[in-house]
Write a new protein. Structure first.
Length: 236
């Protein structure tokens, strides 16, 4: 009988103890719900801030691309660039989405302009082309390390020049012999290998080209501001 009473007493204590714990848990439920709701709200705010940061980053990148396009347009105005587009100057050529890579200026020709229109300049440029495509009469860009590439002189409009390098190489006066063209190819590829990590150094519009155009100064200031905002953006 005593054992039963002890057992019954222990069971009662267990029930009371569990009931008390359950009461405490239930009493804390509203607090737990509030904390959970706050955590969810904080997560939502963080997600919103992250989305806004990403959106701002994308907008700043687009603005930066537009500003650099404006810089390039100013640099390639004939009064600014022609003196630097001498024979042997290395340039990079982009035709829309087609990257022709680096090429070598041979000469620049002024095209006849229609009445009231601005003069048009074409830069005869030696570009690396796939040998098979040259033979087929449809030149296309070759890989920079393609030793079998052929250097072909192609007229390039100034606006297709993506950058002008500080580097110039010596080119033969007569480019008709294949050996002469190949010598230019090997010189160019050696430089591309040498500057493989950072790319060939471009001319600076102010320090190297000495451009004092007010448009350039304004765009340059805007680039500095945008770059600073990009550096501070959490999405960077």
């Amino acid at each position: 009988m005593l054992r039963r009473m002890e057992s019954s007493s222990q069971n009662m204590q267990y029930v009371i103890s569990n009931s008390f714990q359950q009461f405490q848990q239930e009493r804390n439920l509203p607090k737990v719900h509030l904390e959970l709701a706050q955590l969810e709200a904080d997560a939502a705010d963080a997600g919103k801030e992250g989305d806004e940061a990403i959106k701002e980053y994308q907008e700043l990148q687009e603005l930066r691309e537009g500003l650099h396009a404006s810089l390039k347009e100013i640099m390639l105005r004939p009064q600014h660039c022609l003196q630097f587009l001498k024979a042997g100057r290395i340039v990079r050529v982009m035709d829309g989405q087609v990257d022709w890579g680096y090429g070598v200026i041979v000469n620049v020709m002024k095209q006849p302009a229609q009445a009231g229109a601005e003069a048009v300049y074409m830069a005869d440029t030696m570009l690396m082309c796939e040998a098979s495509r040259v033979a087929a009469g449809a030149p296309s860009p070759a890989r920079p390390d393609d030793r079998s590439a052929e250097m072909l002189v192609i007229p390039v409009a100034l606006h297709l020049i993506a950058s002008i390098s500080t580097l110039r190489i010596s080119i033969p006066q007569d480019l008709r012999p294949s050996d002469n063209r190949r010598s230019v190819l090997l010189q160019l590829q050696d430089l591309i290998r040498k500057y493989a990590d950072e790319g060939l150094p471009p001319l600076d519009p102010i320090e190297d080209m000495g451009i004092e155009d007010p448009d350039l100064q304004e765009v340059t200031k805007q680039v500095v501001v945008v770059d600073a905002k990009l550096a501070d953006n959490p999405g960077t």
